[in-house]
Every structure is written in C-alpha cells, then in structure tokens.
Write a protein that binds this ligand. Structure first.
Ligand SMILES: Nc1ncnc2c1ncn2[C@@H]1O[C@H](COP(=O)(O)OP(=O)(O)OP(=O)(O)O)[C@@H](O)[C@H]1O
Length: 326
C-alpha cells in the first residue's frame, strides 16, 4: 500500500488484460477520488466488464497494478473484498427467497449473524424502498425492484466502493430515475464511492467524471460538462422556406457545410446562439424555426472515436487494431 494510492478509492497504473491473443484492456491509468461517482462509458466489447472484474479481484490482470480502497488487488485481494460491494449485470438473486431472507442469507455468508445484520437489513430495505415487499419472494419482483434489492445487497458489508456493472440496463426510464435517486442518496449519506460501467449516455450524465472507453483503451477522461465543452460545436437545425437556398447561403456567406434532410437544414457551428441571428439577417429566405442543440456525450464519443456509441464494433478487436490506435 502506498500513501498516494490511499487518497483514491480506485487507482490503476498501466493496467491491462489479454485474453489469449486479444488485448481486452490496454494501459489503463485511473485515479478516482473517494466519495465520487465515476463512470466507464463505452460500447459492447469496450473492456468495461473486464476492468471492473480486475478491480473486484475476480480476474487477474495480465500487466500493471490496481489499488482499491488503498489495497493492491493482486497482493491483498481479501483486504479489497472486505471494502467493496458488487452489483453485477446479470441478476444473482435467489428468486425463491423473500427480499429479507436473501439479504439475511448474504450477510451470513459474510459471517455476520442475524442479530447484528437485522437492523442493517431493515435500514437497507428502507433505503431502496422495499420495506413493504420484504416478505415477498423475489420471483414476484419487477426488474427495477430486483435491481434495487441487488444494490441493497451490495451495501450489506458497508463497502467503501460500490462497483456497479451496467446498473440500469434493461430497465425503463422511470425505474432508472428511481435507482439513480437511491444511488445519489447513498453517496450523500454514506460518502461511498460509486464506480460504474455503462453504455447509456443518460446514465453517464449522473457521474462526476467519466472515462470514455473504446477498444480496450480510455480515449478521454473528464466531467461530462468538460468533455462536452471540449467538443467545441453546437448542432443547429433550421426549417426554412427554401432549404436548398439556405444551404447555399450557409456555404457562401459563412463558409460552413450544411445538409438538407427531412427535419430541415442541419449544420455544426462553434456558437449556435450567435450563428442563428446572423443567418436570419443574411438568409434571404424565410426562417420558420431554428433549434440549437448543445453537444451531447454521444458527440463526445464520436469526436474521440470517430463513431457513435450506438454503433457496434464490426468484429473483435485484434492486436493489430490496438497497435494502430496507440
Ligand atoms: N473470458 C473471456 N475470454 C476471451 N475473451 C473475452 C472474455 N471476456 C471478455 N472477452 C472479450 O474481451 C473484450 C472486452 O469484453 P468486456 O466484456 O470487458 O467488454 P464490455 O465493455 O464490458 O462489453 P459489454 O458492454 O458488452 O459488457 C471483448 O472483445 C470480449 O469479447
């Protein structure tokens, strides 16, 4: 353990994992301050689960080092395990047990007797709004209730860091909002560090900082606001009386490329709010509406990787891909 590592909930140095010939995670250097929410944003196959598995001591790194709550994941796996909670992508709840029985059983697995865990179980069920359903079998729970119960289970051992792999995947937007309310509450009340992976842009917006991961590498890291500001352009959508003429004016007077499509004329411009009145003054065609859209995290992803997060990789990553990208 080092003093530097201890300041951070998670810290990695050149961490990497190779599966056979496949470099799934390459050269990862991360420092996540305690008490913050950190998100790994990337498409399927980016290496997010592999990273989280190494940090949780479930997978041995091929190269590099990682410290969680100040402990080395390879040299001190037990110390790491004592300080973390996990919420996996796939549900691992026992569907035949009631919510309360499941939590009690989990606490006993960690050697915590019922007389000790009982008040904690009650408080956690309350935290995730499941007190009224504590005696119902989990089989009867909705996806959102199951996920909330898994979050409660991840907290039973009072972790310093809670790892969540795709915490709200497969849930409807309303349930996602509820789960995020619980996660924010957790952080406020207990100062816990949340480390999550996601390929949902809205989920990434909840994080203090995100790392955009693609092809096993972190492309860029920062707060969602910083990353969006760096993209440096807005998207403007115009509805005009003559879209073809509007595209010509934009090219001739402003030197910008615009495209005309079913939703109107669309272009990228550094400052959309300044462009719209300037265009209206010069247009020479009626402007029916103008919309300025600030950059989204999808634009950030596109900016750094050359493709949208929704686009899947066309095939598995190879050693040559990584060589080219480095
Ligand atoms: N046990 C394994 N053996 C071989 N290759 C693996 C193994 N686990 C993952 N991979 C490969 O490593 C790469 C990264 O996978 P990983 O599951 O970490 O990505 P991910 O970003 O979590 O994706 P998803 O969002 O789909 O969960 C992928 O190309 C995947 O096929």
């Amino acid at each position: 353990m080092t003093a530097v590592a201890d300041e951070f909930a998670v810290r990695t140095e050149d961490l990497g994992k190779v599966y056979g010939e496949l470099p799934a995670v390459v050269g990862l250097d991360l420092s996540v301050p305690r008490g913050t929410t950190f998100g790994f944003l990337g498409p399927n196959g980016a290496g997010k689960t592999t990273t989280i598995s190494m940090l949780c001591t479930l997978l041995r790194p091929t190269v590099g080092r990682a410290f969680v709550a100040g402990h080395d994941v390879v040299a001190e796996p037990h110390s790491v395990r004592e300080r973390i909670g996990l919420v996996f992508q796939e549900t691992t709840l026992d569907l035949d047990l009631t919510a309360e029985e499941g939590l009690r059983f989990h606490a006993e697995l960690f050697g915590i007797p019922w007389r000790v865990s009982r008040p904690k179980v009650a408080a956690l069920l309350e935290l995730v709004d499941l007190t009224g359903s504590r005696d119902r079998p989990v089989r009867e729970f909705s996806g959102g209730m199951r996920r909330r119960l898994e979050i409660a289970r991840g907290l039973l051992t009072t972790p310093q860091v809670l790892f969540l792999d795709e915490p709200t995947t497969g849930l409807d937007p309303q349930t996602r909002t509820v789960i995020w309310e619980h996660l924010h509450e957790l952080r406020e009340q207990h100062g816990i560090t949340l480390f999550l992976t996601t390929h949902h842009l809205e989920e990434a917006e909840h994080c203090d900082r995100i790392a955009i991961m693609d092809g096993g590498q972190v492309e860029v890291e920062g707060s969602p606001a910083e990353l969006k500001a760096e993209v440096g352009h807005d998207t403007v959508v115009l509805r005009t009386g003559d879209d073809a003429a509007a595209v010509r004016v934009i090219a001739e007077r402003f030197g910008l490329d615009a495209v005309s499509g079913p939703d109107g004329v669309r272009l990228r411009v550094a400052d959309g709010a300044a462009f719209v009145p300037a265009f209206c003054a010069e247009a020479g065609v009626p402007v029916l509406s103008a919309t300025v859209v600030p950059p989204s995290l999808d634009d950030v992803f596109l900016h750094h990787t050359g493709r949208t997060i929704r686009a899947e990789r066309s095939g598995p990553l190879t050693v040559n891909d990584v060589g080219r990208r480095r």
